[in-house]
Design a protein around this ligand. Structure first.
Ligand code: GDP
Ligand code: MN
Length: 371
């Protein structure tokens, strides 16, 4: 879940990371009142404030979503213009009215998960305010101690350590301050904030997710919701290969195998346990996702019986008659019966190994997409 600037700055302030005084506004009247309270800040004797559109995407400055105005009336006018307008594909529904800060230089500071390094890193630059990609050589990256991140040698006291603690305590994927402004008074202020929380950690961050979640993005897609209502676990990922498998471990291994074979999983639905009785809605839901080009059914039986699970899928297949390339991989308890059923009832020959089945669905998906 991505937080807005206003939400991010609330969390910064709670960690003693200085932020400008600000107030959210959803009407021009609110904006006017907020500007009256906040104006007359550090920029001379003026009543200047900054009006900032609250959308999730970055690059608002360039797109006209960050406007310095001279007085409350201008703040109201600018707010009226921004509300309801589209900024980088998002409709503006709120603005942040912020005291104007007298900037000397802009720096960059973030903590993020570096997937290739396999651990969180701190990134800092003396040249901020621009897109991180444009900083290239000016950016210093160093890994955090995975056991005790806040005690990593080289980490600076104050804002840096506070930001690392916020990152760890909130199970964030990214916390970013860009720009971290050096002000005329010599202080540091977080002028912009971006936080992305790890949705996989929602179970231990319920309060945070409840506080900032909009509802819609928390629950997932319409199909994921329907699956959850049926007590089925469906996760959508956006690739081309749909997956039905039994058990969390096999399902994760299947995702890895698809990626290793050069494919992209579209989604997965677990139909182990007694979920095989819901094979029809499970099959319907994984295939209903736009962009799905092939289907992998991967069963590995132990206590769960492959013949029982496969029978469920066969019945679903007969009902739905999908016209999509499919590959079956079946191993373990009940394998031989399951394979016989597939042959006799669907005329489908299961693949001898999981690797072969994965190769087949990845090839079918890339043929379908012309990739
Ligand atoms: P982004 O473009 O979405 O990243 O929005 P930012 O909040 O980072 O704002 C973009 C730029 O506007 C910053 O890099 C600053 O240069 C400028 N800016 C934002 N707030 C202030 C302010 O209070 N005073 C001044 N002088 N400039 C500001
Ligand atoms: Mn920014």
């Amino acid at each position: 879940m991505r937080l807005t600037e206003a939400q991010s700055k609330l969390l910064f302030a709670e960690r003693d990371i200085p932020v400008p005084r600000s107030r959210a506004a959803t009407t021009p009247e609110d904006a006017n009142a907020a500007a009256s309270d906040l104006g007359g800040g550090s920029v001379g004797e003026s009543q200047a404030v900054v009006v900032k559109a609250q959308v999730h995407c970055g690059g608002r400055g360039k797109a006209g979503g960050v406007v310095i105005v001279e007085n409350p009336d201008e703040a109201a006018e600018t707010t009226a213009r921004l509300l309801g307008s589209e900024l980088n594909g998002e409709i503006v529904t709120a603005v942040l009215i912020e005291e104007a800060v007298d900037i000397v230089t802009e720096r960059y500071l973030s903590v993020t998960v570096d997937a290739s390094a396999g651990r969180p890193v701190v990134m800092r630059s003396e040249r901020g305010g621009i897109e991180v990609e444009a900083m290239a050589g000016d950016i210093e990256v160093f890994p955090l101690d995975p056991v005790d991140p806040a005690s990593t040698p080289g980490l600076r006291d104050g804002i840096e350590r506070n930001l690392v603690e916020l990152f760890v305590d909130s199970d964030a994927l990214t916390v970013e301050i860009n720009p971290l402004a050096v002000t005329a008074g010599g202080g540091l202020v977080a002028l912009d904030g971006k936080i992305e929380l790890d949705d996989s950690a929602r179970f231990r961050q319920a309060e945070l997710h409840h506080r900032f979640g909009s509802g819609a993005e928390e629950i997932g897609s319409e199909r994921e919701r329907r699956a959850a209502e049926l007590d089925l676990r469906l996760i959508e990922l956006g690739g081309e290969v749909a997956v039905l498998a039994n058990g969390a471990g096999l399902t994760m291994a299947t995702m890895d195998a698809i990626v290793a074979a050069g494919g992209r999983p579209a989604n997965f639905c677990e139909i182990g346990g007694d979920a095989y009785t819901k094979a029809t809605p499970a099959l319907e839901l994984v295939l209903a996702q736009p962009g799905v080009r092939s289907l992998l059914v991967n069963f590995c039986g132990a206590f769960a019986r492959c013949d029982v699970m496969t029978e469920g899928v066969i019945e679903a297949w007969v009902r739905l008659r999908p016209r999509i390339p499919v590959a079956f991989s079946i191993a373990g308890t009940g394998r031989d019966d399951a394979m016989d059923m597939l042959r006799s009832r669907l005329g489908i020959e299961p693949h001898p190994t999981m690797e072969a089945a994965v190769r087949a669905v990845v090839a079918a998906a890339s043929e379908g997409s012309g990739r």
